[in-house]
Design a protein around this ligand. Structure first.
Ligand code: NDP
Length: 253
């Protein structure tokens, strides 16, 4: 049987670790040529080697998506290399927690830059190519999956600006879905609960200790679980669009 994404081209941002890395592997297993985008070139190069060793096709694109020129160039590099773009997974993200009172405002700016502006820059650059792919004989449909969070649905103290960025991603995703769904570009948001990745590690010791002390999740999701969900979203029949998927660990209330 032919793999469902054979002939398609996907971009996964934030693919140097965690959910993005697992998603790149999964989409390649399903037959997509996968461009992996992040800042850590060494990690991307290793991932490309792995995907190719498993028989897939991948391209490492080193870019800081908070820089609009780099985001534009990243998308152009992919289209120059593969000639098309069918799937965009906006996954790159940063979660820096702590009280609003007395906050390090530079941390807010970094989160807004990656979680919102970066997502917008890559989406803006990708849209013409996705709209074109949706007209193409191959699948007659294209996909954007935006990785939000349970923190895009529920707000908690100490998550303020992270909450704001992810609530924003949810709103933007639905507005864009309504704008282009009839052009057969599916736009969906995926909201994971706790996933075992590097995400928390970028916080200061106080935040990490507080999180560890309040952690009652016996078994968080693994990155591959979210990769499975993304693969599900982008392999539905053309008529079927998953606008929102909330993916929780069974042990997270
Ligand atoms: P990781 O920290 O493992 O991955 C984050 C990725 O984003 C890395 O590959 C990082 O690569 C990339 N990234 C960060 N800044 C930039 C930038 N400026 N330009 C390009 N890439 C960048 O965490 P996760 O895999 O957990 O996070 C992936 C997404 O999932 C995020 O949007 C996060 O908010 C979301 N999420 C995660 C949950 C969890 O519990 N882990 C729960 C809910 C949502 P590099 O540093 O090499 O640039």
């Amino acid at each position: 049987m032919t793999a469902p994404l054979t002939g398609t081209v996907a971009i996964v941002t934030g693919a140097s670790s965690g959910i993005g890395e697992a998603t790149a592997r999964r989409l390649a297993e399903h037959g997509a040529s996968v461009a992996v985008v992040a800042r850590r070139k060494d990690r991307l190069d290793l991932l490309v080697k792995d995907i190719e060793a498993a028989g897939g096709t991948a391209l490492a694109v080193t870019a800081d998506i908070t820089d609009r020129t780099q985001a534009d160039q990243a998308v152009q590099t992919v289209v120059d290399r593969f000639g098309r773009l069918d799937i965009l997974v906006n996954n790159a993200g940063l979660m820096l927690l702590g009280p609003v009172v007395g906050a390090d405002v530079e941390q807010w700016e970094r989160m807004i830059a990656v979680n919102q502006k970066g997502l917008l820059y890559v989406t803006n650059a990708a849209l013409p190519h996705l709209l074109e792919a949706a007209q193409d004989e191959l699948r007659q449909v294209a996909d954007i999956v935006n990785i939000s969070s349970i923190a895009g649905r529920v707000a908690w103290a100490n998550f303020g600006v992270y909450n704001m960025t992810k609530f924003g991603v949810n709103g933007f995703t639905e507005a864009l879905r309504q704008e282009i769904t009839k052009k057969h570009v599916r736009v969906g948001v995926l909201e994971p609960g706790a996933v075992d990745t590097e995400l928390v590690s970028h916080n200061n010791e106080q935040v990490k200790n507080d999180l560890a002390a309040s952690d009652d999740i016996a078994e968080p999701l693994q990155p591959g679980d979210i990769a499975d969900n993304i693969a599900f979203m982008v392999t539905r029949p053309r008529r079927s669009s998953i606008a929102e998927l909330w993916a929780m660990p069974t042990s997270q209330a």
